[in-house]
Each structure stands twice: as C-alpha cells, then as structure tokens.
Design a protein around this ligand. Sequence first.
Ligand code: ADP
Ligand code: G6P
Length: 578
Amino acid sequence: MSRLVVVSNRVAMPDNAGSASVGGLTMALAAALQQYRGVWFGWSGDTTPTFTGEAHVRETGGVTIATIDLEAQDVQEYYNGYANTVLWPLFHYRIDLTEYERAFGEGYARVNSRFAETLQSLVRPDDMIWVHDYHLIPLAQELRQRGLKNRIGFFLHIPWPACQLLTTLPQHQELVEALFAFDLLGFQTQDWLNAFNGYVTDELDGKIHGDGYVSAFGRTVRVGAFPIGIDADNFAQIVQSPAAAKSYDQAAATNVYRDLIMGVDRIDYSKGLEERFAAYDQFLQTHPEFRERVTYLQIAQTSRSEVETYQDIRTRLDGVAGRINAAYGTLDWTPLRYVNRAYGRDFLAGVYRAAKIGLVTPLRDGMNLVAKEYVAAQNPRNPGVLVLSRFAGAARQMKAALIVNPYSREDVADAIKRGLTMPQPERRQRWEALMTGIETDDVSTWRDSFVAALKACRPQAHPVSAPTIATAGANETVIRSPAGRRGVEAQARRCDAGHHRNFVGVANIPAGADRADDRPIFAADKDAAGRRRHVAAAHREQGGVEEGLGGRPLGELAAAEPHAEGALGLGGGDVGSE
Ligand code: ADP
Ligand code: G6P
C-alpha cells in the first residue's frame, strides 16, 4: 500500500508537558500525520561523533517516526549556519542579518546528502514523499540522483523572498534549480507563490504556464498555494478540557480587574517582539487611563539559542521588558509579564480564552498558527479581538482581524485601544467570520489538498537523472550531467565536499572542438599545483574526454584555448578558488 513519507528537519510529536521544540511545522505535521498513518523522517535533535546513516525507528500514535543523529559540525554548518543564519533571515527579508559562509553551504549540501542516503533505504517504490521547509531544498535532487522515481512534493512553511533579495544569495540559481527536482512546490500564500514565479520569469527566463505548472532549467513542476491551518476539531476539544478550564480560571482570577493582552511566540526577530513591546509602551504612554487596567502577558520560548542573532534579540527583549515595568509598574501591578518557557497545549488554550486581545504582530511570517489558535480558543458569546500584522501570511485569510502595520507603534497602540473598547456585537461578528475560515481551512484541508495535487501531478517531462562520474587518468575526474552546467557544478561540489576550496569552475568548450552534437559532457582535472579544475564541454559523448577533444589533455585545452580559460573563470567570478 502506498504510504505518505513526510520529511522535515524537526520531528516532534507535541506533548502536553510543553515540548522543547515548538513551532508551526511540527504542530501541523503531527496533526496531519496522526490521521494518515505515515512515516515521519528527520533529525533526532541529537549529535553523534560519526554519522552512521542508521535511522532510529519508533511508533507513536500510529505514526512511524524515523530519525537520524547528525555530527556536531553538521548541526553547526547546516542547522545553525545555512538554514538559520542564511536562509531564515533572507527569506524573512532580513538580509542585514544574513551571514554567508562557504562552510555553511557545504554543510547544507552534506546533510541533505546524508538525509537522502538514509531515506533511500526506507522508501518503497510506490510511496509519496512530502518534504518540508527550507532546511531540505536540495533533498529531491539528492534522491533523484540516487535513482528515486517517486512522486516528491515540497512545502515551504516560510515566506518566499522578493527576487532582488534572493539574488543576494551566492548560488541562488543552484538552490532554485534544486527545487525543480520536485514534482510539486507548495507555498503558504499566493503572495509567496507570486514571488517565486517572479524569480522564475525575471531571473531564469522561465515560463509560467496557465495550468499551475512552471518551467525552468529544462524541467516543469507544478506549483500552488496551500495555506496551512490548525487542527480545529482537536483544538475545540482541548479548549473544553479540565486543564484548559484551570488555566483559564487562573488567568481570569489574576486579572479580575484587568484586561489581559496576550502574545505567544518563539523568540525570533521575525516575530516583531521588540516592536510589539514598543507599541505597548506607546499605548501606556498615550492612554494613561488604561494603566493598571491591563496586563500584557508575552509567552516567548527561547529558540535556536546557539545562533548569535537569537542571543542578541533575547538580550534586547529582556532589556525592553525591564524598562517598561520600571517605567509604569506599581507595587501591585506588573504591566508586562514576560515568560520564557514552553507550555502544554491545554494550558495555552485556557490562557488564550482568558485574553481580551491576541497580539500577533510579526514583521514577516509564512503563515502564523498562533493567530488561528487564539481565535479557535475564544468563547463564542464573548470573544476577544485578534490584532494581526499585515505581514503574516495569515492576514491573507483572516481579514476580520484588526490588521496592523507592526512597524508602526502608533498603529498597533491604536488597535490595542480599539480592541479593548470594541462592543460585543462587533467582536462576535468578527470572530464568527474568522472562525468559519479556521474550520474550513484546517490542517486536514491543507494536507488533503496538497496530497491530491501531488498525486495528480504530471510525471516530470525531464526527470533528473544522475550525473555520471568517472576517472579519466590519474588526476582527472569526468562528470557528465543531463542537467547541464549547473548539474555538473552541483555534483562537483558534492564530490569535493570537505575540499570545496579546490573547486575552480566549469566552462563550455569552444565550438571549434570537434563538436558532433549538442549533448554536453563535462570534465574536471587538476592543474600542476594540484588544484582541481573542472571543465564543462558542450561536446559529443564518446569514449573518453581526451578522445572527444582530439586527444588533448584537459589541462592543456584549458591553457591553450583562451575562450575556455576565460569561461573557466580562473580569475574570479562566481566560482570557488583556493
Ligand atoms: P513558528 O512556526 O514560526 O514558530 P507559528 O505561530 O506558526 O510560528 O507556530 C508556533 C506554534 O508553536 C503554535 O502552535 C504555538 O502554539 C506553539 N508555541 C509557540 N510558543 C509556545 C510556547 N511557549 N509553549 C507552547 N507552545 C508554543
Ligand atoms: C518555523 C519553521 C520550522 C521550524 C520551527 C521551529 O516554524 O518553519 O521549520 O521547525 O520554526 O524552529 P526550530 O529551529 O526549533 O525547528
């Protein structure tokens, strides 16, 4: 029987004790898989001195969970490095926080290759594979190169950046090319999909077909927007649980004379917490009549704490929270309660219900599930008000919220005031509209529509077949790739993993060189100093490289042909050199 194999970096079945690894992705996948009985594969979160490739397999709630341990260097370069110091800030429009290091890219490629290595042995020919998020963009390419023909879909949980931002990433084309090894690409909203399509047309000269397919790099993939939702039925049950009733009572009793304003986020600069604190400060300053009549509770769990930008934001938030409490607090009133820990689902549900305002003001967010949970937890007769950033993907769907610009403290402060004073009929009207959307577009709709689209995908017109690698002489490696120049470059980097600085570049052999057809062959050699040099030839594949090039060794060709030398980019360009 065909199974759904879900792959994500983070694998965590949420527990009610308050999991250490919270986040929208695991919340959604745990809910999606429980009803499906599938396999969930990813990183265990643990390290091992030497990568073994062995998966630890266990069953939980009908789901088979398979995880691998990574080496400390992998975690540093792939997770802390490329994923969370390069892609995360860049995709959240923070190029000022993006730090490119070549070692990060190598670690990213290596870990994706390791994921593929282990996953290959777990996958059956008729399984469908669904890969999640920015950590694993090259995974389908790796799997295809190992001969996997399964349907493979990809869902991006975070925004897709505007073209001008993405092009600041070294090797951005290579990254996007890897996406074309999937059959289906899913985005949270039409905005992010439009941004992807913009890159394909403007940067790749690709084609957007009217039927949901997109072509570039000689391949065609299906694309779509699949907004993620929460498990609305399950959340409705949780809200009625005794534990939720208890936390509701606690929160309501503590704030009996005060209205509760609430936020729940991972500590992440994309969540706009610093700006939110400033807006609350502004609110207290401009509306002194509300002092001692409101409390703002911010639950903010630490996240990615080995990454410097996350350490910085945490330090700054501690400072701002302290300043607000020092400025406005009294003997029996703490204006801002700032708590850095994870809570169980039921506890959260009760506190959400007690809060008169749900403050969800990210500066940029793929979707944001907290906004949906807050609404789902409300008392239908007397619901609270959601204040939502226009830059969260959720704002596309949740138009009945008070939509704000999180960069404007006045705007957010006004919305807080408006929410606190909103008459009950208007609150109910807005809540009903929001709740209808949450029930209709829940996590099952998300999963089922993605899986249906993946099943219905046309098979790839140009499947990515493996590059071939052969040794041609003592110092020469020959790489041929049907994916063309980029395929060779990508493979050369993989060959060189760990020795990436030896990679020099690829070049097209000039047209004069005995060209019999257009089929590309590619080759690499080492120069006299022992540096490896990769040469790409638009040339007929026959016998060996030297035979095809009239018996001349590659090094000689590169030196003798000015065209080839120039194209090799030995003087610089986007190729690596020692
Ligand atoms: P992101 O995935 O970027 O963290 P989302 O808002 O989409 O943002 O999802 C966050 C998820 O993590 C929600 O389901 C939320 O309830 C949960 N969560 C966030 N912080 C906590 C916390 N401190 N304790 C428990 N759950 C949390
Ligand atoms: C966001 C990302 C997820 C990630 C989660 C928590 O939701 O889209 O991929 O799992 O944040 O972050 P972490 O780094 O702890 O997995």
